[in-house]
Design a protein around this ligand. Structure first.
Ligand code: C2O
Ligand code: CU
Length: 484
């Protein structure tokens, strides 16, 4: 089931360095954009992305390179980095043998640019190009990935970071992105091709055996004593939840899913990210030159492993005490939900193994769990196991209404639940108010947990609401929220 990443713990002899340089080298080819008339229309940032097959040194010597599907020949795909308020224009060319789309996870884009096959656009056929174009209203850490057969397309390496810079970024010495992933590799470092098997679908999803940071099994992350790093974490794994402890350091959380949050130490000292979630940290490198500290992923009990070492160079400290500068980010322009006037709905997530007897609807027919599983399905939202992306909406909300959704996890499993096109405040968990009333686009529900989320339904269209464990999504755990 869930196994320890074998390669990640067996690579101490090699030295793969992750530096700030890595982030810079990942910039996409930026095409000349059309200029902006001062103060009127936004600057257009034009990029092209090619979805194609590639070969990358995921594990590193002596292992062979790994065949992947990726953007522009590398994993992760190019880091797209633009300024808040810019307009993005991205031509996506499909050089795969199957249809694809690109979803801009967490960005509040117009519905037609959301990248959901059949629901918001026709899938991009092999050999074809589709151009996405939209303004970016929010600053923060986001990412992009296909929404077509994502359990395999994302699982084979199609994803990249999308960073929207604040007009006035907080002062740091380095701004670094770690795109985390988890792979199921064979001895030859080839990807195991058992995508979408019923065991993964009906249990914890495709949890793998090899963790990577920016497409490499990492060994160390080189830092200089005294420097302040803004570390942007993105969990691009199909199913693995990461719970990172930074030994000897005291990270501060400053943003969740790209949205600013009151700066705080992570609960229990551990930075927890479910699939698709992002966390921005401020990390002051308070160790001494030459020091070495481990970053441990200890989310699954008994399966802890060392993700990498933070390795201090011998350079003299950049400063003796941490940088005295603000770490609080300014808020994005999100509409504040009116809780007193909000309309309320309940959404139930069911199914999976150990969930008890369940009967559900699939393609308009009643089925029990056993029959559902014969069709490769295992999960439901409000009693329905969704096949494909197009559905009668779970709920229809009037445009501009404030609403509170009660998300009830009636299963024995974790689920990161993602709503497209919006950010929402997580206002309660199991009935208790949350401390930070954090804005998120993906809320991680623990087994049997209930959370209330609140938002203003201000982006019209049909939006997916689904579990971001991609095997759970494929196994029925999705639905549509209509804003009309
Ligand atoms: Cu990150 Cu519906 O997806
Ligand atoms: Cu799930």
């Amino acid at each position: 089931m869930i196994s320890k990443p074998a390669f990640a713990s067996a690579v101490g002899r090699r030295s793969v360095m992750l530096g700030g340089g890595a982030a810079v080298a990942l910039y996409a080819l930026r095409l000349p954009g059309t200029g902006h008339a001062a103060g009127t229309s936004p600057a257009v940032r034009a990029y092209s992305l090619v979805a194609e097959r590639g070969r990358v040194p995921l594990v590193g010597a002596p292992y062979p390179e790994t065949d992947v599907w990726c953007y522009g020949g590398r994993v992760p795909g190019p880091e797209l980095r633009v300024r808040q308020g810019d307009r993005l224009r991205i031509a996506v060319e499909n050089q795969l043998d199957e249809e694809t789309t690109v979803h801009w996870h967490g960005l509040r884009v117009p519905n037609a640019m959301d990248g959901v096959p059949h629901l918001t656009q026709a899938p991009i056929a092999p050999g074809e190009t589709f151009t996405y174009e939209f303004d970016v209203p929010d600053a923060g850490t986001f990412w992009y990935h296909p929404h077509q057969r994502s359990f395999e397309q994302v699982g084979r390496g199609l994803y990249g970071a999308l960073i929207i810079e604040e007009p006035e970024p907080i002062p740091v010495d380095r701004d670094v992105t770690w795109v985390l992933d988890d792979w199921r590799l064979l001895e030859t470092a080839a990807i195991s091709d058992d995508f979408g098997n019923l065991h993964d679908v009906s249990h914890a999803g495709r949890v793998g055996n090899t963790a990577t940071v920016n497409g490499r099994v990492p060994d160390r992350f080189a830092v200089r004593a005294g420097e302040r790093i803004r570390l942007r974490l993105v969990n691009a794994a199909n199913a693995r939840i990461f719970g990172l402890a930074f030994e000897g350091h005291a990270p501060m959380v400053i943003a969740l899913d790209g949205q600013p949050v009151a700066p705080h130490a992570p609960e229990g000292g551990r930075v927890v990210l479910g699939p698709a979630m992002r966390i921005d940290l401020i990390l002051d490198m308070t160790g001494r030159p030459g020091g070495r500290f481990r970053v441990i992923d200890g989310f699954y009990e008994g399966l802890e492993y060392r993700l990498l070492d933070i390795a201090y160079t011998d350079a003299p400290p950049l400063r003796e005490t941490p940088l005295d500068a603000p770490v609080r980010l300014s808020a994005n322009p999100l509409a504040e939900p009116d809780l007193a006037a909000a309309e309320r709905h309940e959404i139930l997530f069911g199914g999976g193994m150990m969930g008890g007897m369940m009967s559900s609807m699939m393609d308009g027919r009643h089925m029990d769990m056993r029959e559902m599983m014969r069709h490769g399905m295992a999960w439901t939202v409000n009693g329905v196991a969704a096949t494909g992306h197009v559905h009668e909406p779970l709920i229809t909300l009037a445009r501009g209404r404030s609403c509170i959704l009660t998300l009830r996890n009636e299963t024995a499993w974790w689920h990161p639940i993602h709503l497209h096109g919006h950010a929402f405040r997580v206002i309660t968990r199991d009935g208790a108010p949350t401390r930070y009333r954090e804005w998120q686009d993906t809320v991680l529900l623990s087994p049997r947990e209930t959370a209330e989320i609140a938002f203003v339904a201000d982006n019209p269209g049909d939006w997916m609401l689904h579990c971001h464990i991609l095997e759970h999504q494929a196994g029925g755990m999705m639905g549509v929220v209509r804003i009309a």
